[in-house]
Design a protein around this ligand. Structure first.
Ligand SMILES: NC(=O)c1ccc[n+]([C@@H]2O[C@H](COP(=O)([O-])OP(=O)(O)OC[C@H]3O[C@@H](n4cnc5c(N)ncnc54)[C@H](O)[C@@H]3O)[C@@H](O)[C@H]2O)c1
Length: 382
């Protein structure tokens, strides 16, 4: 039997990524699959239909019905999109299942097996499929280039006969995959970089990429699996108070703090922004999920009045699409590597004893197979 893989052209405005590249197509073909790519799917990532064809894929119209098999996608599918899939279809991509109860319910009711790559356990064996890591890495880099562009000054200390330019002071809040990449990138540009996070391992991780760790003496907040836990209200307030002088002393603040399944923690208040120097820049990766910085709006660049001038507050949106060719290259290989896990000699084999399969499966056989997601969907319905 041949496994049929369909690669979706993303429909969401501003989304330029695609879940397959010519290289990942070759990998899928070598594993015994046939691959169909929706026409124009790679255009935003500078991959033309002809390049997919040259790699051995077939180009199909976007509205052509999806045949039984595996569907690769980037953005979470909507309930309406899932309803068009044939029963037994397997979807592989990001699902954000805690925020997308309707889509999860549609997958359950349609007999779809859905895998959320954003739910994969963060263990070594999952690294090659880990879309959160591959995409956060690019986001971390891009946050710094956005900040550098808006800053309009040099990052690195520069001494010339005409005078000395001081280095930019960069503060990164949240030092997960994106934050660490932001620290490393800002450091490479010559900034003086410091960072804070609430996980125990983060102090060493920050130092390992060249940043100075700011220890607020707040204790750690961990939920297991390498993830942070939400701080109780009094500790969260204390964190803000302790961060305030560091923020006021910074030229650039980049925030990437997140707690899985929760709104982003509020780390920077409007008063803290107002206490910054004129010309300061803040970029908030969490703008789409509640915002680490009060007043940040995804996709907007705002001038905030500060004493003597303005600071610039930028809410990030779709920033991986700003680096679409790279983002797609990594995302596509994440998908192909996951597919390799469920394809055996031309057949689909779903081994739910494998923690990567069971950890990322959301729906299967008419049921929601992830208990936490099932509870969320029930909650939304109640
Ligand atoms: N395969 C692997 O081994 C692997 C791969 C990738 C990531 N990881 C680990 O997974 C974990 C999660 O990484 P992520 O980037 O997805 O995290 P994430 O996107 O969930 O969160 C980003 C960062 O925000 C931090 N944060 C949360 N609340 C905060 C607060 N109030 N103040 C400051 N910081 C706060 C978190 O601790 C985290 O470092 C990390 O421990 C990372 O090292 C492991």
């Amino acid at each position: 039997m041949t496994i049929h893989v369909r690669v979706r052209a993303e429909r969401s405005t501003g989304e330029k990524r695609v879940a397959a590249t010519p290289d990942s197509v070759k990998k899928l073909l070598a594993a015994g699959a046939t691959v169909e790519v929706e026409s124009g799917a790679g255009a935003g990532s500078l991959i033309m239909d002809a390049a997919y064809e040259a790699a051995g894929a077939r180009i199909v119209a976007r509205d052509q019905a999806v045949a039984p098999g595996i569907l690769f996608h980037v953005r979470p599918l909507t309930a309406a999109e899932i309803a068009t899939l044939p029963p037994g279809a397997i979807t592989v991509g990001t699902l954000d299942p805690f925020q997308n109860a309707a889509a999860v319910a549609a997958a359950r009711d349609g007999g779809i097996t859905s895998f959320a790559l954003d739910l994969l356990p963060r263990i070594s064996r999952a690294q090659s499929m880990d879309v959160l890591s591959s995409q956060s890495l690019l986001a971390g880099y891009r946050l710094v280039t956005i900040a550098a562009d808006a800053f309009g000054r040099m990052f690195g200390m520069t001494m010339t006969a005409a005078g000395t330019l001081a280095p930019a002071r960069v503060l990164v809040l949240g030092a997960g995959v994106a934050g660490l990449q932001a620290i490393a990138t800002a450091k490479r540009l010559g900034g003086v970089v410091s960072a804070n996070d609430v996980r125990a391992a983060s102090a060493d991780e920050v130092r390992s990429v060249g940043g100075t760790f700011i220890d607020l003496d707040l204790g750690t907040a961990e939920a297991g699996g390498g993830y942070a836990k939400e701080l109780a209200e009094d500790r969260a307030r204390r964190q803000q108070e302790l961060l305030a002088p560091h923020i006021a002393a910074s030229d650039i603040v980049i925030t990437t703090a997140a707690v899985p399944g929760r709104a982003a923690p509020r780390l920077v208040t409007a008063a803290m922004v107002a206490a910054m120097k004129p010309g300061s820049v803040l970029v908030d990766l969490a703008a789409e999920s509640g915002g680490n910085i009060e007043g940040s709006v995804a996709g907007e660049r705002r001038a905030i009045e500060v004493t003597g001038g303005v600071a610039t507050l930028i809410g990030a949106r779709d920033i991986q699409s700003d680096l679409a060719p790279d983002a797609s290259k990594l995302y596509a290989m994440n998908c192909a590597n996951f597919a390799a896990l469920i394809m055996r000699e031309g057949d689909i084999v779903l081994d739910f004893d494998d923690e990567l399969v069971s950890g990322s499966a959301v729906t299967h056989d008419g049921k929601i197979v992830n208990d936490r997601v099932a509870a969320t969907v029930e909650e939304v319905r109640a």
